[in-house]
Design a binder for this molecule. Structure first.
Ligand SMILES: Nc1ncnc2c1ncn2[C@@H]1O[C@H](COP(=O)(O)OP(=O)(O)OP(=O)(O)O)[C@@H](O)[C@H]1O
Ligand SMILES: [Mg+2]
Length: 793
């Protein structure tokens, strides 16, 4: 058996004087309310058993302190209840349904065991009926309806049920039992016999409850409101469109936006760029086209969609063809060409290769930029070039943030856009001329661009989304290696292009420069023929450079003069003859000072390494009566000045060996000067030259002017190796020098020097300064050297 059902139908019962008393803890039962109660307590079971057997009536009293026991703890006012239904569970516990009958007062306890019994007295309500009561109860009803609407835990049926309670007294009890109030408050309501009074109290509680509920619901609405915002915006935007359409301004704008949207989809943007583009487009759609902000957002989107995010050109990977292209464009430059073909070969084998960064270093006009161009042609890639010379501002590389007025992406991104492909050959010219100042350091931004470990996600400040540079082949150029920041140098593979010899220049002129200048000046080979002799004369008398830029310019001048004659209709154009060159180019620009000049006392010929490749220079030393001052002039750097002092010390220490008065430096002022005083010079490599000039000045014996020398010296007179041998030797050769004195340890550097030059020069390798002095200073002051031959074959 699961449960037993009791039959109850007593409704209007008279309440006896004495009843079993059931303490109900904190629970309060109001008259006319039915509540379920479950219990398994033996005392209570006995009480219920007896009550059911008797008249099914019990008295319920709440307790003041739920921890305390004893009947003194019971409230004096309680409720008489009828056991409407009882279910017995198999475990012995029971479930009761109690219906409240009337308010009662506990007069005295008559029995304590096995359960409480007591004398009770019914507290009769005084029947009230007034307009005020009706109004109060109607108000109460309305308030309660609101509570039902707001309270999440009250079912809507409660709201309906309350409408069907006609008696104000029952109404208050019903509402009180559904309100969220404390035991004390409930008890107070129970004890309030006057219905009007009860309604007033209840109205107070209900208002308090309502306030709490309304606050809660306000918070709720706020949270929900935020979630709905996106949806709302959508509707508003739709409305805006409708309004704009009404005003007649929507259409053009919408078309523009639709076009942009299409372009964005076509541009194959990577995810991040796509997001940014869509965000900007969204902003755009809400702006008036005349707003200043509009064009900013529009420009930004234009930039995004115009970049070749996914556009690459296909590489020509045929090595033989590439070699042909490189050879057609440039004479010699074998090292560069080889390196490029190697790159191509590796690239052919593995496609994901991270491009090396080549750095072409060499004097001006040696073909660095133009060979980069032809590398692009050989690979079948686009070519972009950008000069870094004089760049001080990091933002030029990295761009300005969009918040700046007139902001643009950096020059690298601009170059990529110009290339219209994401794998061009990108030439960064003059990387040795970037500077750093308060606007930041472009070199550090360059580092990020060039570093294969980072450049697959280069973030330009303007774009603010990463762009992949890993497929770009970067080539940098520089005139000098030293000024390049070490961190940059480290990431590049340096390939040196040294200057050309006269013979090489002749080849270049004949095969490349002349044909090009003819075309540029609208001439053909039958109108103008430039013999080798003429070309060599231009090379030696009109240019002095490591490269061929001026040579090309001079050839261009000759071409223009001839073109003019052709244009003037002169039919018989005379051949350009070597000795008639001044008619075309004016007087010779460079006469070798050496030619026909006598050797001098105190002047030695040195070799220097300059931006232009190399040059010869003269060091002058002079001893004049004085009190022992040492003067150095000619804009010499610290290292060179120190080197001069060391030289003097050495000469003093060896004075007697050279046959010089040991006190010469006390009675005379010593002056060392290096002409071309406006050009800064530095480095230790003029040590040998200064020593020779000084000894010559002190001994009054002349120095051979056609022997050029270089080398650092120590205080003990040892000659140490120096750099730039190749450039220096080529420069000496250009200048018509016959013999060259080099430090012994530099002998190995001769390997790099063209055979023709080696054949035409005499080399002396020295370990001690004395050897150099012996080679250059003549024993007899009367001897004259013959003029050096010019190297016209
Ligand atoms: N080996 C060569 N063969 C054919 N032409 C050459 C060669 N070297 C240089 N040229 C020509 O010389 C001219 C100058 O070269 P380019 O502008 O590349 O010099 P550069 O090394 O970049 O000089 P700079 O350091 O001043 O930038 C170009 O017209 C180029 O074609
Ligand atoms: Mg260049």
């Amino acid at each position: 058996m699961v449960a037993k059902q009791e039959d109850v139908n007593a409704t209007d019962v008279s309440i006896p004087e004495e009843l079993p008393v059931l303490p109900s803890g904190g629970n309060i039962l109001y008259p006319s309310i039915m509540v379920p109660v479950a219990t398994g307590e033996p005392r209570v079971l006995k009480l219920i058993d007896d009550a059911v057997a008797d008249n099914k009536l019990i008295a319920l009293f709440a307790e003041r302190d739920q921890e305390a026991a004893g009947h003194a703890n019971l409230y004096r006012i309680g409720t008489a209840a009828h056991i409407a239904r009882m279910l017995k569970w198999p475990d012995g516990s029971i479930q009761l349904y109690l219906r409240g009958l009337a308010r009662i007062e506990l007069k005295e306890i008559t029995q304590e065991d096995p359960y409480l019994r007591g004398k009770v007295e019914v507290k009769e309500e005084v029947p009230e009926e007034s307009a005020e009561l009706a109004a109060l109860s109607r108000n109460l009803l309305t308030l309660f309806q609101k509570v039902v609407q707001l309270a999440p835990n009250l079912p809507q049926e409660v709201g309906a049920a309350v409408l069907n309670i006609p008696k104000p007294s029952n109404l208050t009890d019903f509402i009180a039992s559904h309100l969220n109030i404390t035991t004390e408050e409930s008890q107070e309501l129970l004890e309030t016999i006057s219905v009007a009074e009860r309604i007033r109290k209840l109205t107070g509680y209900i208002n308090r409850e309502l306030e709490l509920l309304e606050l809660g619901s306000k918070i709720q609405t706020q949270i929900k409101g935020e979630m709905d915002k996106a949806q709302r915006e959508y509707y508003l935007r739709e409305q805006l469109k409708a309004i704009q359409k009404e005003l007649g301004e929507g259409d053009e704008h919408t078309t523009e936006l639709n076009e942009l949207r299409e372009k964005i989809e076509e541009a194959q943007l990577p995810e991040e760029a796509m997001k940014e583009a869509e965000r900007e487009l969204d902003r755009l759609s809400r702006m008036h086209p005349a707003a200043a902000e509009y064009s900013v957002a529009r420009t930004y989107i234009d930039w995004l969609i115009s970049l070749p995010w996914a556009k690459s050109t296909e590489d020509h990977l045929d090595i033989a063809e590439a070699k042909e292209v490189l050879d057609t464009d440039h004479y010699d430059l074998e090292k560069v060409k080889d390196r490029v073909l190697d790159y191509l070969a590796v690239h052919k084998l593995r496609h994901d290769m991270k491009g090396p960064i080549l750095c072409f270093v060499g004097p001006p006009g040696t073909g660095k930029t133009s060979v980069g161009h032809s590398v692009a042609r050989a690979l079948g890639r686009e070519f972009v070039r950008m000069s870094l010379g004089g760049m001080h501002d990091e933002a030029e590389i990295r761009g300005h943030r969009r918040t700046y007025v007139g902001a643009l992406p950096g020059r690298i991104i601009q170059g990529i856009r110009r290339a219209e492909s994401n794998n061009p050959v990108f030439m960064l010219d003059e990387i040795d001329k970037v500077g750093a100042d308060f606007r930041g350091d472009p070199a550090s931004a360059l580092l990020e661009v060039l570093d294969p470990e980072q450049n697959y996600a280069f973030v330009d400040h303007y774009l603010d989304v990463p762009f992949d540079f890993s497929k770009v082949m970067f080539i940098t150029t520089a005139n000098m290696l030293d000024p390049i920041p070490p961190a940059l140098k480290d990431r590049m593979e340096v390939i040196e292009l040294v200057g050309y010899t006269e013979q090489e220049k002749l080849q270049i002129a004949r095969n490349y420069l002349v044909p090009r200048q003819l075309v540029e000046n609208g001439l053909t080979a039958d109108k103008l023929e430039l013999s080798d002799e003429v070309l060599l004369r231009i090379i030696s008398d009109y240019t002095r450079e490591a490269g061929v830029r001026n040579l090309e310019r001079e050839i261009g001048s000759v071409c223009r003069k001839v073109a003019r004659k052709v244009a003037e209709g002169i039919s018989e154009i005379p051949q350009v003859m070597p000795d008639k060159l001044h008619d075309y180019l004016g007087p010779d620009r460079f006469r070798y000072e050496l030619a026909g000049e006598a050797d001098e006392v105190g002047v030695a010929t040195g070799m220097a390494w300059t931006i232009a490749g190399g040059d010869v220079l003269f060091v002058e030393a002079s001893l004049i009566p004085g009190k022992g001052d040492f003067v150095i002039t000619g804009k010499l750097g610290d290292v060179m000045q120190e080197s001069a002092r060391a030289t003097l010390t050495y000469v003093r220490s060896r004075a007697s060996d050279f046959g010089i008065d040991a006190d010469f430096y006390k009675k005379k002022d010593v002056h060392i000067h290096v002409p071309a005083g406006a050009i800064p010079k530095d480095g230790p490599s003029a040590g040998v030259t200064m020593a020779v000039a000084l000894v010559s000045a002190a001994t009054k014996l002349p120095v051979s002017k056609d022997i050029a020398m270089t080398g650092e010296i120590t205080l003990r007179g040892k000659v140490l190796p120096v750099g730039g041998i190749k450039e220096k030797v080529l420069a000496a050769h250009r200048a018509g020098i016959k013999s060259v004195i080099l430090p012994k340890e530099n002998e190995k550097d001769l390997e790099e020097i063209p055979q023709q030059v080696k054949d035409e020069l005499e080399f002396f390798f020295v370990e001690r300064i004395d050897d150099a002095i012996m080679k250059t200073i003549h024993p007899s002051p009367s001897r004259k050297t013959k003029a050096p031959k010019k190297s016209i074959p």
